[in-house]
Design a protein around this ligand. Structure first.
Ligand code: NAP
Ligand code: 8YV
Length: 315
């Protein structure tokens, strides 16, 4: 384990395997080199890049069990080339993140955190809180209609809002498909990003897309911060060429641009989409289950597409 993970993972892995706790060592890299030949499974934890250089250090590595559905910090293609399995934690967090996305959308459009701050500061004693924008009649464009995107769409239907989506392919769903992201931004006035990070999506929500979203436009991002060109977003918000943004994810977490922090008309969350006790426990259990299953010779439970299981688990 490279960085400290929740108790369910530490305890679950310690009970079944020899767990090397790299995060407790004064020199993590020296420690990894020391135990390298013993390491057959890796539970990296968060904020740790796992790719070629680390694989080079671990000649007997068979499986990387990552916590989180997004695995943009892991070079899964390189793992695949080397015959190393990568697993993630899909599905168990889908509804939790979708709930958070809807909460963030309402909070952003109706200014819930700002209104809370207003009351606490005594503003209500002076005069009512100013009227806000509305969610009514809005058209929501979802970038990334996957598991979480679909769970968000179901909730948006209940809110009575129009829905369209963009992804690399059209799906058999009752929502409008926009073949380009720019087309989606032109159509909608809420752009909701729940797309994965990585090279393919890096900065695709750029100045042009934000301009297309328009002056009443709201950006909600629960996908990855890297998908948004943060400089362009700051400029669009400062110039008010878009109305507002609700962000759960940032390009360089936990660092958030000071310009965003200084703005009153945005809602900022510290990457809490899946952060309930129950959901984090379920994610952690799946990290453990992938390793248990693999080393019992039954294959991984949830391998990522770049490293499909071909029936050669070690017993
Ligand atoms: P998923 O089922 O794999 O869905 C991802 C969707 O993104 C797919 O519909 C895919 O559609 C689309 N996509 C992939 N590459 C794209 C590209 N280059 N351009 C446009 N669309 C693209 O994954 P999920 O379970 O819904 O999770 C989605 C993401 O949410 C994760 O990768 C993670 O980054 C983020 N997430 C955030 C939190 C949080 O706490 N805020 C929690 C969980 C997950 P096509 O294949 O048709 O392109
Ligand atoms: C986690 C996430 O906060 O699943 C993801 O992709 O972004 C979040 O659920 C993160 O992976 C840390 O475990």
């Amino acid at each position: 384990m490279l960085s400290q993970m929740p108790p369910v993972v530490v305890e679950g892995l310690s009970a079944a395997f020899t767990l090397h706790r790299a995060w407790e060592q004064p020199d993590r890299n020296a420690f990894i080199r020391e135990v390298a030949s013993d390491i057959r499974g890796l539970a990296p934890g968060v904020h740790y890049h796992v790719g070629g250089p680390l694989f080079d250090m671990l000649p007997n590595l068979e499986i990387v069990s990552s916590m989180g559905v997004g695995y943009d910090t892991i070079d899964a293609r390189e793992a695949g080339r080397r015959g190393i399995i990568v697993t993630n934690t899909p599905d168990v967090l889908t509804d939790e993140v979708a709930d958070l996305a809807l909460g963030l959308l309402v909070a952003t459009v109706r200014q819930l955190p700002q209104a809370d701050r207003y009351l606490r500061a005594g503003g209500w004693l002076e005069k009512p809180y100013p009227l806000t924008a509305t969610l009514r009649g809005r058209k929501v464009g979802i970038l990334g209609l996957g598991r979480i995107g679909k769970a968000i769409a179901t909730r948006l239907e209940a809110f009575g809002l129009d829905i369209a989506y963009h992804g690399r392919s059209r799906q058999d769903v009752p929502y409008r498909y926009e073949p380009t992201l720019l087309g989606l931004a032109e159509w909608c006035d809420v752009l909701l990003c729940v797309a994965p990070g990585g090279k393919e999506t890096d900065g695709i929500i750029d100045a042009e897309v934000l301009k297309a979203l328009g002056p009443d436009g709201v950006l909600i991002n629960v996908g990855r911060g890297s998908v948004v060109d943060e400089r362009a977003l700051v400029e669009a918000l400062q110039a008010k060429t878009i109305l507002s943004a609700g962000l759960d994810v940032f390009a360089d977490e936990p660092h958030v641009p000071t310009e965003l922090i200084a703005m009153e008309h945005v809602v900022l969350l510290p990457h809490v989409g899946s952060a309930s006790v129950e959901t984090r426990r379920a994610m952690g259990q799946l990290v453990v289950d992938n390793l248990l299953s693999w080393f019992a010779g039954k294959g991984p439970v949830t391998p990522v597409p770049e490293t499909p299981f071909t029936g050669t688990a070690f017993a």
